[in-house]
Design a protein around this ligand. Structure first.
Ligand SMILES: *[C@@H]1O[C@H](CO)[C@@H](O)[C@H](O)[C@H]1NC(C)=O
Length: 372
């Protein structure tokens, strides 16, 4: 479902054209990349100065290509992504879009290798419905990072294991709430050992780098007894290995997990009460995202990425009329070099209407209280 009709989109784009110049003052230290956020001109290649940006990109991210053909192919993909970043900037003026570590891959390659949320129609056997919580006394700003409930940003690498990172993030937070200890948990255990399937459709199973679901991961963790620590079972980003799970080394266990109703206030209330939440999201704007609050005029509700909701803010720093924009604080798993030190800020509030599907697949988990 689109948020606006084509007509209102047209109307909305007009103020954005003048606004784009202001956007270049948002992040002062990335002036080169911000060239892309400037207004579209007729002579695109000249304005984009694609070759210059491509060399900067290659040196910044240490990219080398095996053959000249590969290099030329990547350069043409890079140019297409510069144009895409520019379109994203127009559709999403309160964020900054430009060159990222994903600028030399196509959107299809991006979806295949760096996302990894599967479709599944039925909930696992032990998933419950989260009870409706009171929402009248919620804080205006809230951030689990300030309470020490969030581990540092991780990197899923070239592997569609987002679902595993989203699930460990939620259990890390729940475990912290239950025990007062923050322990990084093992995504690799989920990648190697969790093959939970939809009770009715055998082809919808958690399958390592080929995708999975957070709810299924909680189901697995519940049945297996828990997850080992990151330290004991470190991440390799490969899914060819066999399961090395050791029951005697469980670091955190799931007590119960439940699905939050599709309602922004319930999402906020569950976040504040139970800790960081595992959420699905449409990642369409994330390939080019560099900072600011992402508030695209159009964003699909199709969920293709699993991330961790850790907090929200009432008013983002953004130029002019975007000053009061409320936003979610979302932990991603693409390293600290992506986005806002590894985080994504996405618009929330009554006018955001479940933007990019953020309220559609939200799970909360409670950890077993252990005195370890
Ligand atoms: C999960 O467990 C917690 C702690 O006992 C409890 O408060 C909560 O209601 C449970 N969730 C559901 C959906 O039953």
């Amino acid at each position: 479902m689109e948020r606006f009709t084509l007509f209102s989109l047209f109307v909305l784009l007009i103020p954005c054209l003048c606004f784009a110049e202001v956007a270049s003052t948002v992040v002062p230290d990335e002036s080169d990349d911000l060239l892309i956020s400037q207004v579209v001109s007729d002579s695109e290649d000249h304005i984009l100065n694609a070759e210059h940006h491509f060399s900067l990109f290659k040196s910044k991210y240490g990219k080398t290509y095996a053959t000249q053909e590969e290099h030329d192919l990547r350069f043409s993909v890079f140019k297409a992504n510069l144009r895409r970043a520019k379109r994203h900037q127009l559709l999403d003026p309160s964020a900054v879009h430009g060159v990222t570590q994903f600028s030399d891959i196509t959107p299809a390659e991006f979806r295949r290798n760096f996302l990894g949320l599967k479709r599944r129609l039925n909930l696992p056997a032990h998933a419950q419905k989260a009870p409706i919580l009171p929402t009248n006394n919620l804080p205006t700003d809230f951030d689990w990072r300030e309470q020490g409930a969030v581990t540092s940003v991780k990197n899923q690498g070239f592997c569609g294991s987002c679902w595993a990172f989203s699930a460990t993030g939620a259990l890390e937070g729940a475990h912290f709430l239950a025990t007062g200890k923050l322990v990084g948990l093992s995504e690799q255990q989920l990648v190697d050992c969790d093959h939970e399937c939809d009770p009715e459709y055998d082809d919808a199973c958690d399958s390592g780098c080929n995708g999975g679901l957070m709810n299924s991961a909680f189901e697995y963790a519940l049945k297996a007894g828990g997850l080992q620590s990151e330290e004991d079972y470190p991440y390799t980003g490969r899914d060819r290995g066999h399961c090395k799970f050791d029951k005697h080394k469980i670091a955190a266990s799931v007590y119960n997990f439940s699905v939050v109703s599709v309602d922004e206030d319930q999402v906020a209330a569950n976040l504040v009460k139970n800790g960081p939440l595992a959420v699905g999201i449409n990642a369409a704007y994330m390939q080019t995202y560099m900072g600011g609050v992402s508030c695209p005029f159009i964003c699909g509700n199709y969920l293709d990425h699993g991330v961790l909701l850790v907090g929200y803010g009432s008013a983002a720093y953004a130029p002019l009329r975007f000053k009061e924009k409320p936003y979610w604080i979302i932990k991603n798993s693409w390293g600290r070099g992506w986005g806002k030190k590894g985080y994504y800020h996405l618009c929330r509030g009554p006018r955001a209407h479940n933007l990019c599907g953020i309220d559609s697949m939200v799970s909360t988990v409670v950890a077993v209280h252990k005195n370890k």
